[in-house]
Design a protein around this ligand. Sequence first.
Ligand SMILES: [Cu+2]
Length: 161
Amino acid sequence: MARMILSIFLGLVFIVAGASVSFAHQAGGVEVGDLETGSVVGTPFKELGVDGELFAIEIGNMKVWYPPVTVVDFKSRTGRPVVLKVTNNSTAEHGFFLTADQGEFTAPTVLNVKLVLKPGETKYIGIPTSDLFYATSANTFVYKCHLHPTHVGGKFVALGR
Ligand SMILES: [Cu+2]
């Protein structure tokens, strides 16, 4: 009996999704939010896997976004939006600014994610793949802290797009 009820519940869970799919091909649909309430192009963050986790850390008086390189391989994934989880693991406010690498810049970039994290705060960033593909001629983006010029950033690479 318990097993039957469980299977009914699972059946219901999978009936969701759909609706806002028409936004999937539009640019500028980047969303920033929390895991529980956030969504991008109609899909809750909770239903999407996290593609990369980034941390603002302080080592002595050095400020760093870790890791220095984040890679998402599009050869082995569907066209679902990219989700990045950004966390401030330090005791001061830090910014997260993700944009196209200037060296590969050819068109007006639509990818300009900018937010500020309080100490201990975590945010999720949902990026439709169309936004990534419009933004550069190649596949490299940079992330840095726009609050501190000396805060070391990193690169985000969209492989195989
Ligand atoms: Cu900073």
